[in-house]
Design a protein around this ligand. Structure first.
Ligand SMILES: [Zn+2]
Length: 376
C-alpha cells in the first residue's frame, strides 16, 4: 500500500516520512484511530516504506521485490498478529493468515465485525491468545530474511487478554535490533497503560472530504463526484465511504427495490409487508445491510437534489423514475430527520445490534415522519 493510497490526513503521513528520513522511528508505534479510520492501511504503507529498496522522499517505489511482497502481505520480514476465534485448528494468527490476507487486501478498512464475519464468528469471540506471545518472541529471534528490518504488526491489540499483553511487554520494551512493533488499534484508550507507555502514539484522524474522495475514486473505480458524495455521506469515515461506493457499483437495483418496498410498507404501515422487507434485510448479512442503509441515505439526498437542484442530480433512470413521486415525501422540512434515522440505524448495525429490532424501530419512526409530512 502506498501512502498516496491511504485515506489519512497528509499531516500524519508527513510525520511518519520525517521519522523515517531522520532515522528516528521508535521501536514501538501505536497507530490509533476510530473504527473505520486508516490506521491499518497507514501502518502497512509505513512498513512498505521502511522496507522499500528504492523509496523516494514521499512514497515507496511500489516496484522493488520488497514492495511487491508487501503488496501481497507476504513479506518474510513482516509478521502479523491479529485476533482469531481460538479453536481446534486455529490457535494462533498464522492459522488464519490466508483469510486475513484475503480480507485485508479486499477491504483494508475492515473492522473487528467485518473480520468476525469473514471468519464466520461472533465478534465477542475474537481474541489474541496468550499463546500468541510465544510465537511473537520466536519469530523476532530469527534473523531477518532480507537482512534488514523486521516489522511485527499487531492488529487490534485491544483484543489481547491481560496474560498475552503482559507476556509481550518485555519484548515491547527491549525488542531485538532493527525490529519494529506497529500496534494498530481501533480503541487505543482501552489498552493497558503499561502497553501505551511503551509505544509512541500516532493519532490517525479522519481525512478531509477532499483527501478521502481522492483515495476512494482511485481505489474503488468510481467518479470523483460519486466519491465526494460518499465522503460527505460517510462523514469522512473511510470504511463507510468505501462501503457506500461498493453499493453504487455493486447492487444499486436490489437496494433500490428493497428501499421502495420498505418505504411503501412504512407509509401505509402494512405490518405484513413491513415484516416481509425486514426479513429480506435480515438475510443480507451485516456488510450488505450497512450498504443498504448507506444507499438509502444516498437516495434521500438525491431526492432533495431532484426537487431543488435537478442539475446536480446524478442517478440511474430507475432512481429517477422512483424519485418522480418519492420526492414529495422528502423535502427540506424533514430531510435532516430522515437522514438521521438511517444514519442511526447504520450505526447500530455496525455495532452488532439486532437487525430485526433496528429495522422495526426504523419503520415506526419513518411511518410517523411520512404521516406528518402528508398532513403538513
Ligand atoms: Zn519499493
Amino acid at each position: 500500500m502506498l501512502f498516496s493510497q491511504v485515506a489519512a490526513p497528509p499531516s500524519v503521513k508527513k510525520h511518519l516520512l520525517k521519522m523515517a528520513a531522520t532515522h528516528q522511528v521508535a521501536h514501538a508505534l501505536l497507530f490509533a484511530g476510530v473504527d473505520g479510520a486508516a490506521q491499518l492501511p497507514l501502518a502497512l504503507a509505513f512498513a512498505q516504506y521502511i522496507l522499500c529498496k528504492n523509496r523516494n522522499e514521499d512514497d515507496s517505489c511500489n516496484q522493488c521485490p520488497s514492495c511487491l511482497k508487501i503488496n501481497k502481505l507476504a513479506h518474510p520480514d513482516v509478521h502479523f498478529v491479529f485476533p482469531i476465534t481460538p479453536g481446534k485448528n486455529t490457535r494462533v494468527s498464522d492459522d488464519a493468515l490466508a483469510a486475513f490476507r484475503e480480507s485485508v487486501l479486499h477491504f483494508p478498512y475492515l473492522n473487528a465485525i467485518d473480520w468476525g464475519d469473514a471468519l464466520e464468528a461472533k465478534q465477542q469471540q475474537l481474541a489474541i491468545a496468550a499463546e500468541e506471545s510465544l510465537g511473537i518472541i520466536k519469530k523476532l529471534s530469527y534473523t531477518s530474511y532480507e537482512g534488514h528490518e523486521k516489522i511485527m504488526l499487531i492488529w487490534l491489540p485491544e483484543k489481547m487478554n491481560t496474560t498475552a499483553a503482559n507476556k509481550i511487554l518485555k519484548i515491547l520494551e527491549e525488542p531485538p535490533n532493527d525490529t519494529f512493533f506497529f500496534l494498530i488499534s481501533n480503541a487505543g484508550d482501552t489498552l493497558l497503560p503499561t502497553i501505551i507507555s511503551r509505544t509512541q502514539f500516532i493519532k490517525v484522524a479522519l481525512p478531509s472530504p477532499e483527501t478521502l474522495s481522492e483515495v476512494i475514486s482511485s481505489m474503488c473505480d468510481v467518479t470523483s463526484e460519486a466519491a465526494m458524495e460518499a465522503a460527505h455521506l460517510a462523514q469522512n469515515n473511510p470504511r463507510e465511504a468505501w462501503l457506500l461506493t461498493q453499493t453504487e457499483t455493486a447492487e444499486p437495483s436490489q437496494n433500490l427495490e428493497l428501499f421502495k418496498q420498505f418505504m411503501r410498507a412504512c407509509f401505509k404501515f402494512d405490518a405484513s409487508k413491513v415484516i416481509e422487507s425486514i426479513d429480506v434485510f435480515d438475510k443480507l448479512g451485516r456488510i450488505k445491510q450497512q450498504q443498504f442503509l448507506l444507499y438509502s441515505l444516498h437516495l434521500i439526498r438525491n431526492s432533495l437534489l431532484f426537487k431543488h437542484a435537478p442539475t446536480a442530480f446524478s442517478g440511474t433512470t430507475e432512481e429517477k423514475d422512483f424519485l418522480q413521486k418519492f420526492h414529495l415525501h422528502v423535502g427540506l422540512q424533514n430531510y435532516e430527520r430522515f437522514s438521521a434515522l438511517f444514519s442511526e440505524a447504520c450505526y447500530h448495525i455496525e455495532r452488532n445490534g439486532n437487525s430485526k429490532i433496528i429495522m422495526m424501530d426504523l419503520s415506526f419512526k419513518i411511518n410517523e415522519l411520512l404521516i406528518k409530512n402528508k398532513q403538513a
